[in-house]
Design a protein around this ligand. Sequence first.
Ligand SMILES: Cc1ncc(COP(=O)(O)O)c(C=O)c1O
Length: 384
Amino acid sequence: MKRDIELQYKTSIAAYLHTSPDHIFLYYKGRVALYAILKAMDVHQGDEVVIPAFTCVVVPNAIKYLGATPIYVDIDPVTYNADLQCLQQAITERTKVIICQNTFGLSSNVEQIQALAYSRRIYTIEDCTHGFGGSYHGKPNGSYCDAAFYSTQWNKPFSTGVGGFAWVQNPELASKIAAVNSQMEPATRKDALSLSMLYFVREKILTEKRYWWMIRLYRWLSRHNLVQGSSGGAELISTLMPDHYFKALSATQMKKGLQNLQHLGDAMALRKNNARIYNDYLRQHGKTFVSPALFDDHSFLKFPLLVFQREKVLEMAEKQHIPLGEWFCSPIHPVCEHWEQWDLQGDKYPIAVEKASQMLNLPTDEKNPDKVIHFLEEINDYIL
Ligand SMILES: Cc1ncc(COP(=O)(O)O)c(C=O)c1O
């Protein structure tokens, strides 16, 4: 039964990526997929892994769990992905892997990074946790690197509550990752039950009016490991691998993923349409906007909004019931201080630090974009 649904789920994902289900590997979360890929690449102590300084803390965590060192690269303020020149400068003879990201759903410079890495026998991984369904030069995000990983967490292009998968292109890695996966724990009945309860709350109880207090409650509960959260408390305060981290996706998650994949096309069209509406508004009002040249490939999981006084704008959003996103409030979101244990020195990445201090995200899955435009009018003086 589990095998049937697993094949069905992998086949559906593979169809979107124009690949074979044999190249798709399923995990309890996207970060676990990254960990498995790094392990299959034999990343270990002494190795360096290059990542953008505008990511989620679970990315450097996966690197640190293997004893390797994350090497951060400042970002390009247009794409919010790694700046190509800074990335070139970050490469040393210890570089084993370069991770390129599709921040908010936009990939950039992937071919150049791939070529750069290939000539130096460095592996490449695409962090497609924001970009499933989007493309780069006409091919699905994740097509160009040795491997890519994706997230199906709540806020992602399609959701399984928490969840993730890897697409492994490099044939040598495919057999290695299968061996790595044999060490994976199965998800427990308790995991599946607790996720089913969260699906119910999300679908039946969460409304716009309840959004802010429920999200705060959910974050508090997950930080204290009382519900299945995106990140457990330990991941935000330590670089030691939590117990039961290397875990497989459950059949409950696969079923939810299959249901939600059916709506992906409509969901993507809605996101792009809303992004156009927000972008037109910002452009017409002399604010920072996304270059229309980037629209073809951008899948707009989130729409970047740059503001003065982030906290004040969040307060106003809460009052008006606007589900404003907070990615990324830090180069290693959501950890805002004590970055040393993640080997991050903020002053080396001025653009990433500045953008993180200004960044909020407009919801692109909004059924009523007029409400968001009205909110933009209200906060006009705070928008950069
Ligand atoms: C850029 C980035 N990479 C990796 C991840 C991890 O994905 P997951 O929560 O599925 O482990 C996230 C989570 O949002 C992310 O934003």
